[in-house]
Ligand binder design. Sequence first.
Ligand code: DGL
Length: 269
Amino acid sequence: MQQAIAILDSGVGGLTVAKEVMRQLPREKIIYFGDTARTPYGPRSSEQVKQFTEQIVDFLIQFNPKVIVIACNTATAAALEYIRAKVNVPVIGVIHPGARAAIMATRTGRIGVIGTVGTIGSGAYTSALKQLSPYVDVVSQACPALVPLVEKGEFRSEHTTHTVDQALGDIKGQPIDCLILGCTHYPFLMDTIQDVMGQDVKLISSADETAREISTILYDKRKLASGDETPVHQFFCTGDPRMFQNITKQWLGEQISKTPVVWQVTQLS
Ligand code: DGL
């Protein structure tokens, strides 16, 4: 049986990473886990997010994945080091890849970060950016209103534009040249965020760089899938499967149109 890349998130946000992994590594099998019954993670304590992440990892480990991707910034901030110490499989988060992508893209060194209350409160992006370069100025803002919009599938509407505009209030006027979408749900709202921020600000998603990191790790470990076998992707969610499946099919349309897909609902405790 083909060993999979396991990808987890509080809900549909990690699909933004899964899509890029499927694009860059189309031979690889993906097992995706969205904890849709307990989303959002952003307002929860880091202890609780760590506990939820551990439960998901305990569930995923039974499939013997070749790598585990914490495709959730909030869970990366709360649990990456803890999970790395716990399992014997490479574990990748999304914060360092996002920070690296911003450092590559910025010209002025003035970088904005938006994310959940948990991610922004942890200061993880500021630390990751400063670790890479002392020459950056970082401004950040929590945008708790955005994840619920995405989980409801409201990607483009008047209400969405209004909510995004309100949520980006303070960061809009800042002299930044890059804005890190420090929550994997936000690329679903990319067009609206770009309209609100203006065309001069480059939006950075960690998805591309995370997929590149997975590719490098699998290459180094001689674990890249080979052969012409079509991978059968598996999608797990913990809540109502209808919305989850709709959003997944809409977002991954092309990527999963030619591959068989298995859907499962599961409970964690
Ligand atoms: N998509 C997640 C993140 O990147 C979590 C959002 C949430 O559940 O609040 O932070």
